[in-house]
Design a protein around this ligand. Structure first.
Ligand SMILES: C[S@@+](CC[C@H](N)C(=O)[O-])C[C@H]1O[C@@H](n2cnc3c(N)ncnc32)[C@H](O)[C@@H]1O
Length: 416
């Protein structure tokens, strides 16, 4: 059945919402202000899904990427960039209010000047000479010939590899402040060094080629064993004036210019002078090392042993000695150091901090908490847990992932 409706809002994942006689219809690839004729694709009890048959008024735009409608890499490229930022701000505001149960200042999302080719890490599946990105919601490979969010040279390398080597996936990481590239070839069986020689002779700025063996039939990309085929298992980048060594397993933010904005927001949220600070879920130490010069002392806590090794090396590399890194779970290790801590900055994975960690903040009456989050739903859930003891001063969203529905936030909480 066909209906004509105006798009008035968005779902969390960027579908347009319109209504017919008060009944909500979620429309793919439509933006607020579009007036569309739609065809229902799936009817549920309280809502329906639909696709656009015809635009009567169009505020959404033609996506720059011709594979956008097939590929699962981007979700909202049909929205003008300013509208993407508005969508993210509203999504954060609604979620913090609904799940977090607080009324607080939600600042406008900080976007990029040029929101393209920002990703410094790509993972691409191969099936023989076929390489690409997964089709939305499937494991079918879309044979993409161009990409507007990946680093351009990293993408070229994926094309160079087509048909030359028997791999399951390639992982490519590139530095932002120099042109170093790391290529990780993931295969079922060991590869010859020859492919590394070919890569480096074609792209002399490749500083590291790793062969990771993964013969398991699971969704996990990296296997346990890796061999260095060229260079060393590291490359160097720079972030807010500090140098970092990154290995092929380390967590490292994927959009460095926006990470600099995000970290500046986290640092300026608190007065760090003479303060003892915890950087929980610290990865390779990038947040803690960025503010160590302003603080009295910093403790970083991280579960991944490779990241802890890298964090210690990074402290040495930058001559920073008022910081120590502790390997283990933040929710457990925080207990042993929390006495005398003034500020906690926490940057957990998507699942959020969880109750034991939050309870230690409450039990120890930590005065100021800066919560950096890549998942506003778990941020809001954790805010709700802290509500009785903490006020949320504001939430600042930052657009780390243009053209996708993901949004990063910095929330400042103070003891009531
Ligand atoms: C979103 S990343 C943040 C890393 C770092 N703050 C940054 O900006 O690059 C989350 C980090 O938490 C680590 N992690 C996951 N679960 C953890 C836990 N229970 N305790 C400590 N670290 C954990 C991951 O290995 C990852 O490095």
């Amino acid at each position: 059945m066909k209906h004509i409706l105006e798009i008035i809002d968005y779902t969390y994942d960027g579908l347009g919402i319109g209504k017919v006689d008060g009944f909500p219809i979620f429309v793919s690839y439509a933006g607020v202000g579009d007036v569309v004729e739609v065809e229902i694709t799936k009817m549920k009890k309280n809502l329906a899904f639909a696709k656009v048959m015809k635009f009567y008024e169009k505020k959404s735009v033609k996506p720059i990427c011709k594979d956008f409608y097939q590929c699962g890499g981007c979700h909202i490229m049909h929205l003008p960039y300013e509208e993407q930022l508005r969508f993210k701000t509203n999504h954060v505001a609604n979620t913090v209010k609904r799940i977090g149960k607080v009324d607080t200042e939600i600042r406008d999302t900080l976007g990029m000047k040029t929101p393209y080719h920002y990703r410094n890490k790509l993972i691409m599946p191969y099936d023989g000479a076929l390489a690409g990105l997964y089709k939305k919601g499937t494991h079918d490979i879309v044979d993409v010939k161009d990409c507007y969010i990946l680093n351009e040279q990293a993408f070229q390398i994926t094309q160079f590899l087509r048909g030359k080597v028997d791999i399951r996936n390639v992982l490519i990481r590139n530095a932002y402040k120099n042109d170093s590239i790391m290529v990780v070839l993931i295969s079922k069986e060991s590869l010859q060094r020859e492919i590394a020689e070919q890569l480096v002779s074609e792209y002399p700025n490749i500083v590291s080629v790793i062969n990771n063996i993964n013969d398991q039939n699971t969704n996990v990309i990296l296997g346990k064993n890796s061999t260095v085929l060229y260079g060393e298992d590291e490359y160097e980048d720079e972030l807010l004036g500090n140098r970092y060594k990154i290995n092929h397993r380390s967590f490292y933010q994927v959009n460095i210019p926006q990470t600099e904005i995000l970290y500046k927001e986290a640092i300026q949220a608190v007065d760090l002078k003479d303060k003892v600070v915890v950087d929980a879920y610290c990865g390779i130490g990038t947040i803690g090392l960025s503010f160590a010069k302003d603080a009295e002392y910093v403790y970083g806590i991280e579960i991944n042993p490779d990241s802890i090794i890298a964090a210690n090396e990074n402290a040495k590399l930058n001559g920073i000695d008022n910081i120590s890194f502790i390997e283990g779970k933040s929710e457990e290790k925080i207990q042993s150091i929390i006495e005398g801590v003034d500020v906690v900055i926490t940057d957990p994975p998507r699942k959020g901090c969880g109750e034991p960690f939050l309870q230690s903040l409450i039990d120890n009456r930590i005065k100021e908490v800066v919560y950096v989050s890549c998942n506003v739903s778990t941020l809001a859930r954790d805010i709700e847990y802290l509500n009785e003891y903490y006020s949320v001063e504001y939430v600042q969203p930052v657009d780390m992932f243009p053209h996708t529905y993901h949004v990063e936030c910095v929330a400042k909480l103070i003891w009531k």
